[in-house]
Design a protein around this ligand. Structure first.
Ligand code: FES
Length: 181
């Protein structure tokens, strides 16, 4: 599920926005201005940024001669696009067949409850983002979730809190060290 586009991307700095614009212009040159190029271009922008900022969507719309509302409309239709910057810890929950059969849907619900955000979104503190993905390639360990690539095996809904606590503690310790520096 996707959230509505937010204005977070508008806060990008000028230096970043220039390189973003250049990158988008390069993609337009590569894929062309045909409307069929829209999805591949958005995919590439998301790959580069980790999400689709408001600014990037507007730029793509301008360059393709489409209303920005149309591009947002198309992008929100597809589950693959996200509109918030990923969290410090990117949680990927597998909904492949093996994980699904072993209860991944209940894990998704437990994560949503614990994080207070939906799939495709980032927590308010920016610590976690939650993404549902296809098979993570470790079906024998199902149901699994990965956090920044670290795989957690045979996860049950009751384990979710404990797993998240470990990352929250690590983030708190990091910010303490940064505060002392
Ligand atoms: S189905 Fe979940 S790891 Fe393969």
């Amino acid at each position: 599920m996707t959230g509505q586009p937010t204005s977070e991307g508008a806060s990008e700095q000028v230096g970043q926005s220039l390189s973003l614009d250049e990158r988008i212009d390069g993609l337009i040159a590569r894929f062309g201005r045909d409307r069929s190029a829209l999805i591949p271009i958005l995919q590439e922008v998301q790959d580069a940024q980790g999400y689709l900022s408001r600014q990037s969507v507007i730029r793509v719309a301008e360059r393709l001669g489409l209303p920005a509302s149309k591009v947002f409309g198309v992008a929100t239709f597809y589950n693959q696009f996200r509109f918030q910057a990923p969290g410090k810890y990117k949680i990927q929950i597998c909904r492949g067949t093996a994980c699904h059969v072993r209860g991944s849907a209940a894990l998704v619900e437990a994560l949503k409850r614990e994080l207070g955000c939906d799939t495709g979104q980032t927590t308010k503190d920016g610590l976690f983002s939650l993404e549902v993905v296809a098979c993570l390639g470790v079906c024998g360990l199902a149901p699994v979730l990965a956090i920044n690539g670290e795989v957690h095996a045979a996860v049950t809904p009751t384990m979710v809190k404990q797993i998240l606590r470990k990352y929250r503690k690590a983030a708190a310790a990091e910010s303490q060290v940064a505060g002392r520096a």
